[in-house]
Write a protein that binds this ligand. Structure first.
Ligand code: EPZ
Length: 418
């Protein structure tokens, strides 16, 4: 099993380019199924979750192949409308294929997405919406079997929670449905807007995305297009945290600053200096001593993103004072706390609340990744720690980080992947 060995304490300085967003690449790749044509998706990161999406597309009958950061998908011919269990379990978020396969073929069979590291991952909002759009859905023995006679029907949908995945599945299913679909209490994340931009480039008629109400006027067919994926705001947060905990100074290029507003506010509260440079670039300069973050509450966008919670907790763990986190999105997203404690962190958990008493510095130790963003939090802690930190279960990191070790070493870190 491969592991990272990090010799902490190096100041990080330099520049880094932020790659395309995993959580935009996955729904956009799924949506290419709707077009029955050729799509070119640019700025797709090299991630195992993206590889898993390509496997699913090829299994379904598409020709999906990567040419550097561009992925070419020809979805003219589909030969399956089921996703095998093995492929479903390779990627938790493969539920995002449901709307696309159902809308394109009239049928979709896939296994219930496995629980994951963040607790139960229900899909009740997805299924309720698709039923309202005319799909008949049977769920038994862990298999979801969906059918629709002819095209799906537009509907007025009120989401009980602004679920990102459910909003994406509905947008995809509604793009070629008969009539108008309105999604109230829709997710507002930048990845939702990127998916809408892709679908509209394919001829869909979507408006209101980015706000709480999205309107989709169904069209008969879509055509292929060329689309560039937005930069990954959580990857950006990761490099900002690397600078913060090493007293460093890093310039981030290729970002959309507006997507980072709640994240930048947290870093400024910790005493970091954030300077906006040219379009799409910012520079972070860490203070000598980090200040605590009094009240980090994870919320749907534009609130503080749950995916940055573990990463900012590693920063708070070495601030001077007490920080408080409240995880409102997932019911089990503190699994990294135990491993941070092994590195010396002083964190108390009370249900959704984590109280972090800052320590001077992490102390290197052997730790195990628990999930994707928890793995990133351990890397951040290792960069700060005295001595060596060894991190195992790197498959979690490989799901969401493209070139993290190489980029951090270029900034002055000392990380070896054994
Ligand atoms: C997406 O997951 C992201 N994944 C997650 O990123 C991210 O943490 C999450 O959105 C929230 O921003 C991808 O985009 C591939 P949700 P998703 O549906 O769509 C509950 C990462 O690290 N819920 O908005 O699964 C659910 O249990 C990953 O990159 C229902 O109850 O998130 C959770 O508590 C981790 N019923 C909350 O809503 C449903 O039908 C948010 O889930 C759907 C969701």
């Amino acid at each position: 099993m491969s592991r990272l060995v990090i010799k902490g304490g190096k100041h990080l300085e330099g520049e880094v380019y932020i790659h395309g967003a995993k959580n935009s690449s996955l729904p956009v790749l799924a949506a290419t199924i709707l077009c029955g044509d050729i799509c070119e998706i640019h700025n797709c990161p090299y991630l195992t979750d993206v590889d898993a999406s390509l496997k699913i597309l090829n299994y379904l009958g598409c020709t999906a192949l990567r040419e550097n950061d561009k992925i070419h998908v020809d979805s003219k011919i589909l030969i399956h409308s089921d996703i095998p269990d093995k492929l479903m379990h390779e990627m938790r978020s493969s539920i995002i294929f449901l709307g696309a396969v159902l809308a394109r073929t009239g049928r979709a069979r896939l296994s219930f997405p496995g629980g994951c590291d963040l607790g139960s991952r229900p899909i009740d909002i997805h299924l309720k919406a698709l039923r309202q759009m005319g799909a008949s859905i049977e769920v038994e023995k862990g298999i979801i079997d969906c059918r629709t006679e002819g095209r799906l029907k537009g509907a007025h949908l009120q989401l009980t929670f602004p679920s990102v995945g459910a909003t994406e599945n509905i947008m995809i299913a509604a793009a070629t449905a008969r009539g108008e679909t309105i999604i109230s209490n829709a997710a507002r994340e930048p990845e939702i807007c990127d998916l809408a931009a892709f679908l509209n480039a394919c001829g869909a008629k979507i408006s209101g995305h980015g706000g709480g109400v999205i309107t989709i006027e169904g069209v008969e067919t879509l055509h292929g297009c060329s689309h560039t994926i937005i930069p990954d705001r959580i990857i950006a947060a990761t490099y900002l945290a690397a600078a913060a905990v090493t007293g460093g100074k890093i310039k981030l290029n290729g970002i959309v600053t507006d997507h980072l507003t709640p994240i930048l506010a947290a870093f400024e509260e910790s005493g970091c200096l954030i300077e906006e440079e040219a379009e799409g670039s910012i520079t972070i300069t860490a203070p000598k001593v980090l200040k605590p973050m009094k009240d980090i509450r994870t919320m749907p966008y534009p609130g503080f993103p749950t995916d940055a919670q573990a990463i900012l907790m590693s920063v708070a763990a070495v601030a001077e004072g007490t920080s408080v986190f409240v995880e409102n999105i997932f019911d089990n997203r503190y699994k990294h706390v135990g491993e941070l404690r092994r590195l010396g962190a002083n964190i108390n958990l009370e249900g959704k609340v984590a109280v972090v008493e800052g320590i001077k510095r992490f102390s290197g130790a052997d730790v195990q990744s628990t999930d994707l963003r928890g793995a990133a939090a351990l890397v951040i802690a290792g960069l700060n720690a005295s001595g060596e930190t060894r991190i195992t279960r790197l498959r979690h990191l490989d799901r969401g980080y493209d070139g993290l070790v190489e980029s951090l070493n270029l900034l002055g870190a000392d990380i070896t992947r054994m």
